[in-house]
Design a protein around this ligand. Structure first.
Ligand code: FCB
Length: 455
């Protein structure tokens, strides 16, 4: 096995420097999700299995059947990360592994697998951060058009926090409910592949409700010192053009993308613009359940969203990330916009009562070369990561209470509807052999961690 420290040799010497410092105890993490790394072996069928098995849904024709076999190969991945000094690991539980066939009693084999994984994270010096729901829903549980999904998720959260609460200090109820509502229910690009305003409205409210109920269960079960909140894909929104229609679209996009989640979570109710979508689903008492007022916020950030007015879109707008090649450097998927990270961190800090913040994902998919001498050379990823760390640090200097950052992703993996072609990892995974090779960016990250600063 090639080691991360071996990769240090290919760092340009000028990046080894050491300023500025991050707060003491800063979590230098990596992130991952069960549905993107675990195979289907040993679990029940999920919504994403159904979606991926239908022709035409996944860009490269792949499925999630094998992925990176993390459920058996995790010791190798965690050892590589541990040797780089990574001190926090964000993973998710596969709901279809915990309750494969129906509600009620969980699978002991499923729970035991996560016992072993968590113990291994701790042994490798990594603090586990657990996402309870990162998009993979057992098919028996239906989807978010059904209000009952919220109660089912609350029972699942109760099972998880009882069993693992003693070893996991940081919990996230949902991952990016805004992406789920948009891509899965409004635009038909993700499971369950729906495209309607009504489905999107239900998915907004029922996920918010699920989150409130899950966090109530977590609060009842978790020991003192363990914290629970949620993770939202928070992106500043801009109009695509200077037209009046796009300006309106940007208002709606910001309400749907950011405020429909943050506002009710902090007890402010839904923003006016999304009310018509969610109102049919709200029942008395719901808003109090949703108003958790968490002590921290998990935020995933990649780039800004550009809103384009579009009459035939169920939401009246389309989020655009394309079309800026002249203006921005781009990865395989997205523009590189570090200043949007500072902007969003400061917005959460100033508008929502200065909670602690964890950047639970940020990362860069790039066309990486094959390994040479046991290392994958990815200088662009290092440069982009450095610019995002600097942007995060600027927000800290301005007062944001940023406590940790989790790079997406530990290893290359299955990028949902985009398949395996988009590679984000600090560790390369060879599709044919499952061979793991560290990238130079892992060694760069190791340097930052050692300095508790930006190398
Ligand atoms: C986020 C998802 C994560 C991963 C990254 C690239 O939206 O939470 O699972 O796919 O994007």
């Amino acid at each position: 096995m090639a080691s991360a420290s071996g990769a240090l040799a290919c760092l340009p010497s000028k990046v080894v420097g050491g300023q500025p410092d991050f707060p003491a105890g800063f979590k230098w993490g990596v992130a991952s999700a069960a549905a993107q790394v675990e195979s289907r072996q040993g679990r029940g069928r999920s919504n994403w299995d159904v979606f991926a098995d239908q022709k035409g849904h996944i860009a490269d024709g792949s499925t999630n059947a094998i992925n990176t076999e993390f459920e058996s190969r995790y010791p190798e991945d965690l050892a590589m990360l541990g040797s780089a000094g990574v001190n926090a690991f964000r993973f998710s539980f596969a709901w279809p592994r915990i309750q494969p066939n129906g509600p009620g009693k969980p699978s002991e084999a499923g729970l035991a697998l996560y016992d072993r994984m968590i113990d291994e994270m701790l042994r490798q010096g990594m603090e586990p951060a657990a996402t309870m729901f990162h998009w993979d829903m057992p098919i028996w549980a239906g989807d978010f058009r059904d209000r009952a999904a919220a109660r089912r998720l609350a029972d699942y959260a109760d099972i998880l926090t009882r069993r693992f609460g003693d070893r996991i200090p940081l919990w996230l109820a949902l991952n990016e409910p805004n992406s789920v509502a948009a891509a899965g229910y409004a635009f038909g690009m993700h499971a369950p592949g729906l495209a309607s305003a009504e489905a999107a409205g239900a998915a907004v409210h029922h996920q918010n409700l699920a989150q409130g109920l899950m966090l109530a269960a977590a609060r009842a079960n978790l020991p003192k010192g363990a914290k629970a909140s949620t993770t939202i894909n928070l992106q500043p929104v801009r109009p695509l053009t200077e037209s009046r229609d796009d300006a309106q679209a940007a208002q709606m996009a910001d309400a749907f993308w950011n405020r429909a989640w943050l506002d009710p979570l902090f007890g402010r109710g839904y923003p006016e613009r999304v009310l018509p979508l969610v109102e049919p689903f709200i029942r008395s008492g719901d808003m109090a359940v949703i108003a958790v007022r968490p002590e921290f916020i998990g935020m995933n950030y990649y780039a800004r969203v550009y809103a384009q007015a579009q009459a035939k879109s169920p939401l009246g707008f389309m989020p655009k990330v394309d079309g800026f090649s002249d203006k921005f450097i781009r990865t395989q998927m997205l523009p590189v916009e570090p200043d949007g990270l500072t902007e969003m961190l400061m917005r959460i800090h100033t508008e929502y009562g200065a909670p602690d913040i964890y950047v639970t994902e940020t990362g860069f998919p790039l066309d990486d070369p094959r390994p040479v001498d046991g290392i994958v050379r990815d200088p662009k990823r290092i440069a982009y990561l450095k610019s995002y760390l600097q942007a995060a640090h600027r927000a800290i200097e301005q007062g944001a209470r940023l406590r940790g950052l989790y790079y997406w992703s530990a290893t290359d993996n299955w990028e949902w509807a985009l398949g395996f072609a988009k590679t984000f990892g600090l560790i390369q995974v060879d599709r044919a052999t499952q061979q793991r090779t560290p990238k130079a960016s892992l060694a760069y990250y190791a340097q930052c961690i050692k300095l508790n600063g930006i190398a």
